[in-house]
Design a protein around this ligand. Structure first.
Ligand code: SAM
Length: 263
């Protein structure tokens, strides 16, 4: 994937969406990731640093190296980390498929929402494996847009989500990758692979989740990609129906998948 072909783009709004997503989901996705003092952690595909700040806060004594292929995103990530007063992160420009670290340089590798954008996700995991020391771990977090269901149900909303899935596939990615994590990570040569599904459930009694996830994370993501393969009118109705599922009587469910494995 080149910078240009990233389905969500590199706009300020997308950076804000990734930040909203990360903060809203911090407990659900990262609560059980703690890297010990002195451990060397590689965050591959850190983007604008939305997960980096959470990782660094949760693991204040780990030494985190965060890499991304996009210089612009790294610039934002640096500012975000600096603003948060975090000092245990080093940023480097790099391509996951061609990182220049010595074998065994890291105790842990972490990737979040990266594989879904790659044409060869398994090869990416294979390329990262030598960078781990023997016994080191990998953690991979991905979503799966096929896991979205909601009330009121709407064929238009489902089709609108399908537009994003189709577009991402056309660009070489896979928005349904969450369900594939076990075979992917195992197939790339890691052992002791364990996948845990993490469901977000938002209803009227959880206004923060409705705002932070249903509106600002999921619907903003689908809306941000724009209409594709359906008429503008049908697409707008789909978006309106997604916002309806974020109303006081709406309900929204979505499942993330978190995989861990060992070298
Ligand atoms: C959806 S963003 C996720 C960023 C961050 N992990 C987060 O969750 O906020 C995907 C990131 O992967 C980066 N990326 C894609 N292909 C890459 C590659 N081959 N090497 C390094 N980074 C890559 C993109 O530049 C983008 O910043």
């Amino acid at each position: 994937m080149s910078g240009r072909s990233y389905v969500h783009g590199y706009t300020a709004r997308e950076a804000e969406r990734l930040s909203d997503q990360a903060e809203t989901l911090a407990g659900l996705l990262h609560g059980d990731t703690r890297y010990p003092a002195g451990s060397r952690v590689l965050e591959a595909g850190c983007g604008t640093g939305a997960q980096t700040v959470i990782l660094a806060r949760n693991c204040p004594e780990a030494r985190i190296t965060s890499v991304d292929i996009s210089e612009a995103s790294l610039g934002e990530a640096k500012m975000r980390v600096q603003d948060a007063g975090i000092e245990n992160v080093t940023f480097e420009t790099g391509d996951i498929f061609d990182l220049r670290y010595e074998p065994g340089s890291f105790d842990h590798i972490f990737l979040c929402f990266v594989l879904e954008h790659l044409e060869e996700p398994r090869r990416a995991l294979e390329r990262l494996r030598p960078l781990l020391r023997e016994g080191g771990t990998i953690t991979v977090i991905e979503g799966d847009h096929g896991s979205a269901y909601f009330h009121p149900d709407s064929a238009h909303a489902r089709r609108t989500i399908g537009c994003l899935v189709d577009l991402q596939r056309e660009m070489g990615g896979n928005a349904l990758i969450g369900r594939e994590l076990y075979p992917l990570v195992t197939g790339a040569g890691y052992r002791d692979v364990h996948v845990s599904p993490r469901m977000v459930y938002a209803d009227g009694s959880r206004p923060d989740l409705i705002r932070g996830f249903t509106r600002l994370t999921f619907t903003a993501m689908v809306e941000g990609v724009g209409d594709n393969a359906v008429s503008r009118e049908d697409w707008e109705r789909g978006i309106a129906d997604l916002y309806r599922a974020a109303g006081p009587d709406g309900v929204f469910c979505y499942t993330f998948f978190k995989a861990t494995g060992r070298k």
